[in-house]
Design a protein around this ligand. Sequence first.
Ligand code: S1T
Ligand code: MG
Length: 544
Amino acid sequence: MNLTQRLLEALRSRGATEIFGVPGDFALPLFGEIERAGTLPLYTLAHEPAVGFAADAAARLRGGLGVAAVTYGAGAFNLVNALASAYAERVPLVVLSGAPAAHEAASGLLLHHQVKTLDSQWRVMAELTADQARLDDMRSAPQQIARVLDCALREARPVYLEVPRDMPGRPCDAVGSAPPPEVDAQALAACADELLQRLRAATRPLLMVGVEVRRYGLEARVAELARRLGIPVVTSFMGRGLLAEQQVALRGTYLGLAGDAALAAEVENSDGLLLLGVIVSDTNFAVSARAIDLRYAIQALGGRVVMGHHVYPELPLAALVDALLERVPAAPPLPQLASATGAPCADAAVDDTPVQPADVACAVNRLLRRVGPMPIASDVGDCLFSAMDMDPTALIAPGYYATMGYGVPAGLGVQAATGQRPLVLVGDGAFQMTGWELGNAARYGWDPIVLVYNNASWEMLRAFQPESRFNDLGRWDFAAAAAALGGDGHVVRTRAELDAALARAHATRGRFQLLDIRLEPGARSPTLNRFVQAVKRLSGAQPG
Ligand code: S1T
Ligand code: MG
């Protein structure tokens, strides 16, 4: 078997179920071998940012590795922003890049796609990945592949494999799998005992779950721990949707001053705040009414546990959760819990009232309460804030790195990787960046339902700088564009039109459905309004 076949086997055995890519001459041999092998389906998209976002989404929702394949230079550098997002948000994304063959590198000529030196790309990729390898020697390739792929899963970070174009067909030995690093049993026991002692000493203990709980496939075990601890459970902003399908008494999502005041007070006043897999970022904690003194919190993130002035390094989250479960007796089964819901929406009449972002959340809640859960891929913008009022369901979004352009490619990646039909939430500005990728849906049989929050504006920016005219985008007619891309467009102006269009879209399979929701410029979700007020208040600016 050749290098590519071995690489594909190793990727599949670590959870990869497809490859997204855009080829180029330095990657043609690699793409050709991938297509010939057929081990993993190869989905080419229009532009490398979408390749990265789709592979990211596949990894986030399905678990295991996401795979993005690109050509050297122009392709790989186009991928940088999506790769940076994956690094920041702890996603095990594998980048496969073609590269010049050794004899070409030695030609003495400047090669096309070359930047400063032939290693410029390697250096940029090294800054955005947890490990890298150049597969130019078949004696070391199997061990390099195992080391790099196992690192991606262990660290929940992207990694980089460079494949010179004379290598993909070379005979290669099988790729083994390095055993996971030993965990220090004594340190783990000491840590678990101290953590439980702190929780028992607290009068207001509380558990907050974050992205690592999903990255390491721990939702069921963390839900069991939550039940056994019997303490309130919330998710971080980025962790919205976690435990949604688990029987846990979930209070909701912590949004500080931008969210539910009572829930925020519980978090901010807790004297035993246990943060499991929560990225301590401004988007998770910046708009706190009362600065949470994290020195008194218990933080388990990135393979280490910090409580007070004690640091326990090299303790994987899975090992910690299992050690805690061993120490906390099973709880009596909970009565059937009403799952946490989003906005009540009881009073939202479905009538000819002009549609607002809050109405979108209510309409989605009504749909999903009728048809059952659907995964949601959200872009950055008010659409993500409005998702906070939707009933918790599997939600993926770059809530911390906050890059636009994620939503549509991520929806395609979700359907490719899981077969589940997604809802995509995206603003008009973000849709202008990568919405065009919907043109690929038909050839792969994908049919996402895309909700475009068309407010003719970069509204999030206008919220902070209303005087700037550059936030006016003009009204693009996305519904009209849908047909050209192989889908169905629905113009929505009122609440009644929204419900009807959602029902029609859900009933239509085999073609993507695009709801072009015509919002008035300035129309914002309640959560975005509270977020803006909170940021202005905390920064001392006059609330607008
Ligand atoms: N470019 C990229 C790739 N990502 C970004 N996050 C930005 C620029 C900055 C930015 C925002 S929010 C925003 C921009 C340009 C406007 C989003 O407009 P739209 O998609 O229409 O959504 P909405 O109208 O709901 O705001 C973040 C804050 O940095
Ligand atoms: Mg907009």
